[in-house]
Design a protein around this ligand. Structure first.
Ligand SMILES: *Cc1c(COP(=O)(O)O)cnc(C)c1O
Length: 371
């Protein structure tokens, strides 16, 4: 049978009657774009995350772009971020005309090393874009403190971290604004693309909403140039069915992670993920780091031979990508911790519904490959 890296079918089959009814309702009402389902989802996500506003949009990449654009970040500006993330994080920066500036990451959590941010600030720095990678929050308090001293805005890329907490507050409510993705594999995923912006800032929310609708607040009258980035009602309906189950699913991810932590403790050649005591992680991915790329390759091919899903996260840090080399004026920094992860960090299956027996099989194969 094998063990997949994630199981998307299970959530549907577990909730099939409710899911099918919600989809049928949208089809019968034929309100496909915007409408009551999207509004209800925005209210539900704002309440869940703990912000005053939420603005649904086409995907997580757009959510980041809409925030950057609404903040007026653009040509000549610099945004400090992490090289260890999905490419979309920096696409949002580049597409508003700004330049990404990378700081290195911490070993173990793979999050931005907050202690390196201040040294990266220049006269052109406008914002800091931390990413709560793999579902664990960045250490936000010292980051917000630096930002405040230098009058910089902080935006969270919370795409992998819905439900994660930092000192009791949820990811997405920790800075000026945050972006979430509802891509199917995310902890709260829809049946296609979807995303949302969360913020307490009413003006920012209104600007993001306008930009997502061709720069209009009144149909066919445009006071600025925007884009078309909408969430459709079918996706909102599906997400509304799933949202009440998110905390339980995240708890199951944490329980599965605890089992790996225990079964793999002390294993030679493999570093396990580190979780800081300041919050609860939601394990979007359970990522381990092999001593080197060759060992990662050996373990991963043993997993694949055994029918067990695995993948590199991420095979190449962003500051080393060809797209960056082609960016005018970009000087590639040396970021040793991020570079040490290239082709060495990979995910083990960790999703709601994975059984302890399946995890024991994963661990057996990993240990055998390491021996
Ligand atoms: C998934 C993801 C995105 C982009 O979300 P999409 O919905 O795929 O556009 C951005 N940042 C991070 C960290 C992500 O994991």
């Amino acid at each position: 049978m094998g063990i997949p890296l994630l199981d998307l079918k299970k959530q549907y089959f577990d909730l099939k009657p409710e899911m099918d009814a919600a989809i049928a309702e949208v089809m019968e009402n034929a309100a496909f774009i915007g409408g009551p389902k999207v509004k209800a989802l925005e209210e539900a996500i704002a309440a869940y995350v703990g912000t005053k506003h939420a603005v649904a949009c086409g995907n997580g990449t757009d959510a980041l772009f809409l925030i950057m654009a609404a903040l007026g970040i653009g040509k000549g500006d610099e945004v400090i971020t992490t090289p260890f993330t999905f490419f979309a994080t920096i696409e949002a920066i580049v597409h508003v005309g700004a330049t990404p500036v990378f700081v290195d990451i911490e070993p173990g959590t793979y999050n931005m090393d907050v202690s390196q941010v201040e040294a990266a600030i220049t006269a052109r720095t406008k914002a800091i874009l931390p990413v709560h990678i793999f579902g664990q929050c960045v250490d936000m308090d010292p980051l917000l403190e630096v930002a405040e001293r230098h009058d910089l805005v902080v935006v969270e890329d919370a795409c992998q971290a819905i439900g994660a907490t930092y000192k009791g507050k949820r990811a997405g409510s920790l800075a000026r604004a945050a972006a979430f993705s509802f891509f199917p594999s995310k902890n709260l995923g829809c049946a296609g693309d979807g995303g949302i912006v969360t913020t307490d800032d009413e003006e920012l929310a209104a600007k993001a909403r306008k930009l997502a609708q061709h720069g209009t607040t009144k149909k066919y009258f445009h006071d600025t140039f925007g884009v078309n980035s909408r969430l459709d009602a079918l996706q909102a309906a599906i997400l509304l069915v799933k949202l009440p189950h998110l905390d339980e699913w995240n708890a199951q991810r944490r329980a599965a992670a605890a089992i790996y932590d225990e079964l793999l403790a002390g294993v030679e050649g493999l570093d396990l993920p580190v979780v800081r005591p300041y919050g609860e992680a939601v394990y979007h991915l359970y990522v381990v780091k092999a001593r080197d790329a060759a060992l990662a390759e050996r373990v991963m091919s043993a997993l694949k031979d055994a029918g067990i899903g695995t993948a590199l996260y991420y095979p190449l840090a962003l500051h080393e990508q060809d797209a960056l080399a082609a960016l005018p004026g970009f000087v590639r920094p040396s970021l040793p911790v991020a570079e040490s992860c290239d082709a060495a960090t990979f995910a083990l299956p960790c999703y709601p519904g994975i059984t302890e027996e399946q995890q024991r099989e994963v661990v057996r194969v990993v240990k055998e490959a390491l021996a």
